[in-house]
Design a protein. Structure first.
Length: 267
């Protein structure tokens, strides 16, 4: 079976990589390439834009591109993603979401849409990041609450959201390992804070600069020792490959909200 795919955000940096990856993947074909309304790329052959040669797929701003395809892949902005997810749910189209910066309300909406279609929602689609997320959950369960957890993330100077969606996912895994409510113990900023660190808090720090793709470090700080786990991305194609892998996996799944750990079979 050849899977037909539409890509939202197809003219963005990640979208172009995903389009190129699809064009090179056997058993998968690109049917729709979607960009934002008013884009100068509308009407252009997406294959020419990504350097793959003509693919016969013209860039469009039609948000109903979820119709008539097996899977849609979305790397856009939160509000756009939610709109696309509503169309996918209404039409039973499976969906892969790599958009970051979604709010709790957005995630609640996704969970509702996932009652009628299969959705993979993953702020980071690399194998390495999902492996360290699983490790963090295991370490958090093994170490007692006297070990302080801090998460540092570093990204390029154009990234909008902070902390990154990946950092927050890692934080949620740490809280899950400790059987704690993440929303009650996360500390996203210590600016203007005169309070001492509370036992059990999970702290975050974000740095932005240059063209750095993405780095995440989790520190478990104990009395007289510390453990650090890091992941550094050196090539964005790992995320495109992950998106294509997720699209293939989710195509024939039952409705539900899945993660890359489900896709990769990581407990």
């Amino acid at each position: 079976m050849v899977l037909s795919v539409s890509v939202f955000g197809s003219t963005g940096r990640m979208g172009k990589m995903i389009v190129k990856a699809i064009s090179q993947t056997e058993g998968m074909t690109l049917k729709q390439a979607v960009t934002r309304p008013g884009s100068a790329y509308i009407g252009a052959d997406i294959g020419d834009l990504v350097g793959s040669g003509s693919l016969g797929v013209l860039v469009t701003d039609d948000v109903k591109a979820v119709l008539g395809v097996n899977v849609s892949i979305d790397f856009t902005l939160p509000e756009a993603t939610i709109m696309h997810a509503s169309y996918a749910a209404a039409n039973g189209t499976s969906l892969v979401i790599g958009t970051t910066g979604l709010s709790n309300k957005h995630e609640e909406l996704l969970a509702n849409y996932a009652k009628t279609t299969a959705i993979v929602y993953a702020p980071n689609m690399s194998l390495g990041v999902n492996l360290i997320t699983a490790l963090v959950e295991q370490l958090s369960a093994a170490l007692d609450i006297t070990w302080d957890i801090e998460i540092l993330e570093v990204h390029h100077n154009r990234k909008i959201d902070a902390p990154s969606g990946t950092a927050l996912s890692i934080g949620r895994a740490a809280a899950k390992g400790r059987k704690q409510d993440f929303e009650k113990i996360k500390v996203l900023s210590r600016n203007n804070s005169s309070c001492q660190r509370k036992k059990g808090d999970i702290g975050f720090a974000a740095l932005r600069g240059g063209s750095l793709i993405g780095e995440h470090t989790v520190m478990f700080a104990g009395a007289g020792e510390r453990i650090e786990i890091s992941h550094k991305a050196s090539d964005r194609t790992i995320f495109a490959a992950g998106a294509v892998c997720a699209a293939r996996w989710v195509a024939n799944r039952m409705p539900g909200l899945y993660t890359m750990r489900d896709v990769l079979g990581i407990d």
